[in-house]
Design a protein around this ligand. Structure first.
Ligand code: URA
Length: 223
């Protein structure tokens, strides 16, 4: 079993990509430019109450052409301070999880369901998610990912539209705007419960297989 950094992980030939684009190769400057335009449009957003207590809006980070989009619940204190997603303890573990299948932040794009930190890191409320969701939808429409990975129950419920536990949601492949979605446990949950590392490792192996097979062509969604 991999413990995300403590064991050596076998990575099959052909999986390693030097393009930094998850194997898709071609540069598409239009994608980065479109995301930049969207970021401008979002501006200094005050569409919901989360804007009142946030320091920085956390839009997203990584390689928007990679074909792999990871979606968390919402920024925490470190993210609110830096403006970057997953830079705290959970983020460090996420880096190890990604590294276990030879991924890193230049091979994925990371964002959250809500872009501003909920006070005391509470779960985002339904109306906050509703007023923020258009940004995520636009991001996905622009990036047209080959696979979306929902991190944790809150993100997985929003993205799949299913009111189920993460244990159930991680057992199937879902869709968001027509794009394939897999769900796994949030890295913060792994920090609390060591036993969750094994199922996440199983999920990462599934992801690795998907990436091997498909080379992540961009897909046509319906959004
Ligand atoms: N947890 C999340 O869901 N997102 C972050 O960006 C950081 C921690």
């Amino acid at each position: 079993m991999s413990t995300f950094g403590m064991d050596k992980v076998y990575v099959p030939e052909g999986w390693r990509s030097t393009s930094g684009g998850g194997g898709r190769g071609k540069n598409e400057p239009g994608v980065a430019a479109a995301l930049k335009r969207l970021r401008k449009e979002v501006g200094d957003c005050d569409r919901c109450r989360l804007s009142e207590s946030r320091n920085r809006l956390v839009f997203g980070d990584g390689n928007p052409e990679a074909g792999i989009v990871l979606i968390g619940e919402g920024p925490g204190a470190n993210e609110d301070r830096t403006g970057k997603p997953f830079v705290g303890r959970a983020g460090k573990l996420l880096d190890k999880i990604l590294a276990s299948i030879d991924l890193n932040r230049s091979k994925v794009y990371i964002t959250n369901v809500v872009k501003c930190r909920p006070p005391r890191n509470r779960t985002p409320r339904r109306d906050e998610v509703t007023s923020c969701l258009w940004i995520l939808e636009e991001q996905v429409r622009i990036m047209r990912p080959g696979i979306i990975i929902a991190l944790g129950a809150s993100a997985a419920r929003t993205i799949t539209g299913m009111d189920k536990g993460i244990g159930m949601l991680r057992s199937g492949l879902h869709r968001f705007m027509g794009y394939p979605v897999m769900a796994t446990y949030h890295p913060a949950a792994l920090l609390r419960t060591n036993a969750l590392k094994r199922p996440v490792w199983e999920d990462m192996k599934k992801l690795r297989e998907m990436l091997k097979e498909k080379d992540l062509p961009r897909r046509e969604g319906n959004g």
